[in-house]
Design a protein around this ligand. Structure first.
Ligand code: TYD
Ligand code: MG
Length: 453
């Protein structure tokens, strides 16, 4: 085979160099050069003239081309808007150990059990390790093929042999295109391999799922480039100390990015959690001061979460403000409003706040619940156990309604809550739950008997 030439090119200005150099010869940027194949002129020219046909009226475009096929893992299908689209490429990102391989092996198994062929490429674990895990997950189906390749040409010939409808590449950082001299996981390798896989997926009409590790800072290790190349980006999130895992979709060419999938990591793999609110409230002790339930929204999914606050005398010059699963900037603002607009003396107190169950409640809709939890903790008086609180607090202590209030309250009613404290402007007619309408935080505290100091 003739040696393929590579060049090092600057993605910003396009200048190239035959060898890697620290500073771009074109724009003088440092460390910007990335290795890529020096494409022969004919190939470039062909790509430029290749046409996908004449323009057609929009109504005549065939929409069935992008019909998703269910994977059989319900929470994954929910996030994908029905399933994986044939010919599409999906990137699943997440920190190491969060459960990416587990969820994809489960999805691969359910797809295989429905009579379709799946190729699972494992570059990180040996086939023996994957088999052991598959055994525990009950995933030993004849239609599920394993390969432990890391070289791209071998992967493509494996696809040729098996002719799968779904290809899982775990992970894209282990793949190498041998023409490039860069190391696996480098920007050049990840970009080249993912480009080629996108072409293969489109050409064969098989769905491809790529696993991409992210660093602690939450960015893809090296290959941010990938997000532009793929059709769908899924992010698997969670806290190692909790069993809960959240699956979000941050980019989706075939549907909404509003859905959220919830899983619980168990002995026998990931189990979907259709009733998230029930899960979060399962261990709640009613009648404890400092606890308030908020109907929060994750995309279009309402979830009830318990917020807790604890207040203690401080012996520090700057008292502690601790926010676990609560936005610390918003907490500071809420405490300032509680102090200035309601008059609670918080300056010499440590304040701890917590969203129970490993959930992150960062939206303004939780402001009122946080403020009421702090007030309840300070007064040592519980709020009624059948009450939820929902609303945004302004700097003047006034309350504003938040998006999707009816949907939030309907979820609260479904779980047996009978009262909700909401801003004046909240919509009318939310069935099954009595609304306590208030204009300000002070009024809200007064109505709940938390005000007298
Ligand atoms: P894994 O899917 O290997 O994570 P990733 O591919 O994102 O790196 O899952 C890692 C963790 O999940 C591992 O620490 C063990 C745990 N786990 C279970 O608790 N139950 C199971 O059935 C499986 C397969 C894994
Ligand atoms: Mg893995």
């Amino acid at each position: 085979m003739a040696k393929v030439r590579t060049v090092f090119r600057c993605p910003d200005c396009g200048a190239s160099a035959p060898k890697w150099v620290g500073q771009c010869p074109g724009c003088a940027a440092w460390g910007s050069l990335v290795e890529e194949l020096d494409a022969p002129l004919e190939a470039v020219a062909h790509a430029l003239v290749a046409s996908s046909g004449p323009p057609v009226p929009i109504a005549e475009v065939d929409p069935t081309e992008f019909t998703p096929r269910p994977t059989g893992v319900d929470e994954l299908d929910r996030v994908l808007g029905g399933g994986l689209v044939p010919g599409s490429v999906t990137l699943l990102t997440g920190e190491p150990g969060i459960g990416k391989s587990t969820v994809l092996l489960q999805a691969a198994a359910t797809v295989a059990s429905s009579g379709r062929t799946v190729l699972y490429l494992s570059g990180e674990e040996s086939p023996q390790q994957v088999r052991l895990r598959a055994e525990r997950l009950g995933a030993l189906h004849p239609g599920l093929f394993l390969a432990a390749e890391t070289a791209l040409p071998h992967l493509i010939s494996a696809i040729d042999q098996v002719q799968p409808e779904l290809v899982v590449v775990d992970s894209v950082q282990t793949l190498v295109a041998p023409e490039l001299s860069s190391a696996p996981g480098s920007v050049a390798q990840v970009r080249e391999c993912s480009h080629r896989l996108v072409q293969e997926a489109k050409r064969r009409g098989c769905a491809v799922v790529l696993v991409g590790h992210v660093t602690k800072e939450g960015t893809l290790a090296g290959p941010r480039v990938l997000e532009h190349v793929v059709d769908t980006v899924l992010a698997f999130e969670g806290d190692r100390h909790h069993a809960l895992r959240l699956l979000r979709v941050t980019k989706h060419r075939f549907g909404s990015t509003q859905e959220l999938g919830l899983f619980e990591m168990t002995e026998s793999g990931l189990v979907g959690v259709p009733d998230a609110s029930g899960l979060f409230l399962a261990d709640r002790r009613v009648g404890v001061p400092g606890s308030v339930v908020v109907p929060t929204m994750e995309g279009v999914r309402p979830i009830l979460v318990e917020l807790q606050a604890l207040v203690a005398d401080s012996n520090l010059p700057a008292p502690r403000r601790s926010a676990q699963g609560v936005d610390s900037g918003r907490l500071s603002m809420i405490l300032a409003v509680v102090e200035r607009r309601v008059g609670f003396p918080l300056a010499k107190l440590d304040v701890f706040t917590l969203a129970v169950g490993g959930m992150k409640v960062l939206e303004p809709g939780a402001d009122l619940a946080v403020a009421l939890a702090v007030a309840s903790a300070m007064q040592g008086r519980p709020v009624p156990p059948d009450l939820v609180a929902c609303g945004e607090i302004g700097l003047g202590g006034e309350l504003r309604q938040v998006a999707h209030t009816p949907r939030r309250l309907a979820e609260a009613a479904r779980l047996g809550f009978t009262r909700a404290i909401v801003p004046h402007s909240a919509p009318h007619d939310v069935g099954g739950i009595e609304l306590i309408r208030v204009g300000t935080l002070l009024e809200a505290m007064d109505r709940l008997d938390l005000f007298d100091i």
